[in-house]
Design a protein around this ligand. Structure first.
Ligand code: BG6
Length: 484
């Protein structure tokens, strides 16, 4: 069956930076399904040729390792453009006519990709419905929706309800690009294709879990958006909770979209939302120094650029294991890492007065940019009596698989085209994630607790975060990964 991918917001940044380079890379590798057409829809008045030329230029810029003028020209034969306004019903009829013409009125699967500002989602969905573009009379119809999906539980519910008036849930693909990252998928392989981790992956052996998504970049040109969102909506509700679900889920019955998503959502269902009193003592919020003078940011803004908090998962596997989540902009380095810290050995057989007690084992999953997994173990320092030191068994993707890591969007676009929803968020997942984040946002707004801290750029967040961990007898894993 041929495919048509229709991109709304075709003149935007995401299309030129991520979507088209990913589609071109798939084409280059021969992975794009045969007879795939890509149609751009946005207000700018391009001709097909002008849009192709613009994308050739942006792909050369954003995908320089792979871009070749001659092969891009062949790829570009599959690109078409339809100028139109999401608010204008007639433009959707023009789009429908163009699609029918390109598809020669033959059956064809279509994927509608909403890569617009979220304020247009509702209108775009209604217009697709009214123009008859969602009916599956000649092939399947799917809709891909970019994040953010709502700004709280109520708006996410509303958006889901509206979506379901036009599309069935099985037609809806909610993007979280973290799920398209190879290392995130590899967590499933690590857990469910090896026998040695699963027996110890529980409260009996694990002391706590840390998930950190640190970014060195600051808000930059995105101040307008960021100041209304903040780090909880921008990173926790989606990416960090997705990482947590993959770490904490039970093995799915099958490697199929709904089996996987059933198990993921159960993790969120087992997390008791934090009470205002817990938010005051179990969360940290902060802004990097200089945030208030970023363009687009209100000078008296109380939007955090850093947050950390502690959750519990109330189920047989995890009860009593603290889960620490943290993310921030303007931090020491870019690193996404998950630390599973195991319990201390029951007796310290080798303790000596001149050395620290042995450190517990840690499994460190480096999601990016130094993709890999390290298992930290105690070793004997040679020729030094029974002196011990923490060393690591070190697996690095780059050493083992020297080819480039594909961009997350390649996998996600291909899955949307071929109808595999495993790596997309389901309606209940998104709503349940908001049900965890909303009470924190609410408590921060109403109680003023914990106070908003400031941190210097280039650190691991505010001091309060370090002190808070220490007060619980634990340490953040503050290590920038070694690249290469
Ligand atoms: C986006 C956020 O969803 O993810 C950005 O809006 C953030 O603020 C980005 O920088 C991080 O993605 P990655 O893939 O670079 O870790």
């Amino acid at each position: 069956m041929p495919h048509t991918l229709i991109i709304f917001g075709a003149s935007g940044d995401l299309t030129s930076r991520k979507l088209i380079p990913a589609l071109y890379s798939l084409f280059e590798k021969g992975r794009l399904p045969p007879e795939t057409r890509i149609v751009g829809f946005s207000r700018t008045e391009y001709t097909h040729e002008e849009w192709r030329a613009k994308l050739a230029e942006s792909t050369a810029k954003f995908e320089p390792q792979h871009y070749q003028a001659e092969s891009f020209a062949r790829f570009a034969q599959q690109l078409f453009y339809c100028p139109g306004d999401i608010g204008t019903a007639a433009d959707f009829l023009t789009l429908r006519d163009l699609l029918d013409k390109l598809e020669n009125d033959q059956p064809c699967d279509r994927v509608y990709y909403l890569s617009t500002s979220p304020v247009f989602y509702t209108t775009a969905i209604s217009q697709l419905g009214q123009a008859g573009l969602a009916t599956e009379d000649r092939g399947q119809r799917r809709i891909v929706i970019e994040k953010p999906f709502g700004t709280d539980l109520a708006s996410a519910r509303q958006l889901n309800a509206h979506l379901h008036t036009v599309f069935a849930e099985s037609q809806v693909y909610r993007i979280d690009h973290y799920l398209g990252k190879e290392t995130v998928q590899n967590i499933l392989v690590l857990r469910f294709a090896n026998t040695i981790f699963e027996p110890i992956w529980n409260r009996r052996y694990i002391d706590h879990v840390q998930i950190t998504v640190a970014e060195e970049v600051v808000v930059g040109r995105r101040g307008d958006y960021y100041d209304t969102a903040g780090v909880l909506r921008d990173m926790f509700q989606n990416h960090i909770l997705q990482l947590l679900m993959v770490i904490a889920m039970e093995p799915p019955a099958r490697f199929r979209a709904d089996s996987i998503r059933d198990e993921k959502v159960k993790v969120l269902q087992a997390i008791p939302p934090l009470t205002p009193a817990q938010v005051a003592t179990e969360s940290i919020r902060a802004q990097y120094a200089g945030y208030l003078t970023e363009p687009g940011v209100k000078p008296d803004s109380i939007t955090p650029t850093f947050a950390a908090f502690k959750l519990e998962i109330d189920n047989w596997r995890w009860k009593g294991v603290p889960i620490y989540l943290r993310s921030g902009k303007g931090m020491s380095c870019r690193t996404t890492q998950i630390v599973i810290q195991f319990r201390e050995p029951p007796t310290l057989l080798f303790s000596r007065r001149d050395q620290l007690p042995p450190q517990p084992n840690m499994l460190v999953i480096q999601v990016q940019p130094a993709e890999g997994i390290q298992l930290h173990i105690q070793s004997k320092v040679p020729d030094a009596g029974m002196k011990l030191r923490q060393t690591a068994l070190d697996f690095r993707f780059q050493r083992e698989f020297p080819q480039n890591m594909p961009e997350a969007y390649q996998r996600l676009l291909l899955d949307a085209l071929t109808g595999d929803a495993s790596l997309f968020a389901r309606a209940d997942e998104v709503e349940q994630a908001w049900a965890i984040i909303d009470p924190i946002l609410e408590a921060w707004k109403t109680s003023g607790q914990p106070p908003m801290d400031t941190y210097e750029k280039g650190l691991w967040g505010p001091e309060r975060s370090t002190d808070w961990m220490r007060a619980q007898g634990r340490e953040w894993f503050d290590l920038c990964p070694v690249l290469g």
